[in-house]
Design a binder for this molecule. Structure first.
Ligand SMILES: [Zn+2]
Length: 200
């Protein structure tokens, strides 16, 4: 039996995969981009969350995932920017949202030309955790996750390429990736960086 949860550390949401088994003890690891539990049947969610509270940071540290936000810093476009301790994250997030919007709008227009897309997309930056971007066919809108602001420019571009490739293919078929890789040959490298939170 499997279940999936999410768990947040320093404002970053991670997927948590839970497998229930006939075992006596709880096992927790961090692999790739998610936490993985193997636990006895009927282990409560509270128990899982307590265990994550206790070990998540240690495991992330061991996996050398750098949190985008720290006590006195934030990663912005791949650079570590110093912040005054006790900063107001809400205010900074608003600023980051604006910077990301500006950058993405400029690149969106350029990449549309590159990919021969004649009707310009609307752009939205959203504070979503579950994905890096999305393309809404119905509203002709590209959404970029606010979290992308932590990454260097080429990594952000790769998400724009991905979403614009959906202009031609609405699934993640081979044809989709063929189009995507034509315009963004290093896509897989950048994708891995997104998942592993390597900001530059
Ligand atoms: Zn996609």
């Amino acid at each position: 039996m499997k279940k999936s949860l999410t768990y947040e550390v320093d404002n970053v949401t991670y997927e948590v995969e839970v497998t229930y088994k006939r075992i006596k003890r709880l096992y927790l690891t961090f692999k790739g981009d998610k936490f993985i539990f193997r636990v006895p049947y009927f282990t409560s969610e509270k128990t899982l969350r307590n265990m994550l509270d206790k070990y998540a940071r240690k495991l992330l540290k061991r996996a050398s995932v750098t949190p985008a936000w720290g006590n006195d810093y934030v990663y912005v476009f791949g650079e570590k920017e110093t912040l005054k301790e006790g900063y107001d994250q809400k205010i900074i997030k608003e600023e980051l949202k604006e910077s990301l919007y500006k950058y993405c709008l400029k690149r969106l227009r350029e990449i549309e030309v590159e990919m021969n897309i004649s009707l310009p997309y609307k752009l939205k930056i959203k504070d979503v955790k579950s994905k890096f971007g999305s393309n809404s066919k119905a509203t002709h809108t590209i959404v970029i996750a606010l979290n992308m602001v932590h990454f260097s420019y080429p990594i952000i571009d790769s998400v724009i390429y991905h979403e614009l490739a959906h202009h031609f293919h609405f699934d993640h078929s081979k044809a989709f990736y063929r189009t995507l890789l034509t315009y963004c040959p290093n896509y897989y490298t950048y994708r891995k960086m997104c998942i592993r939170r390597i900001y530059r």
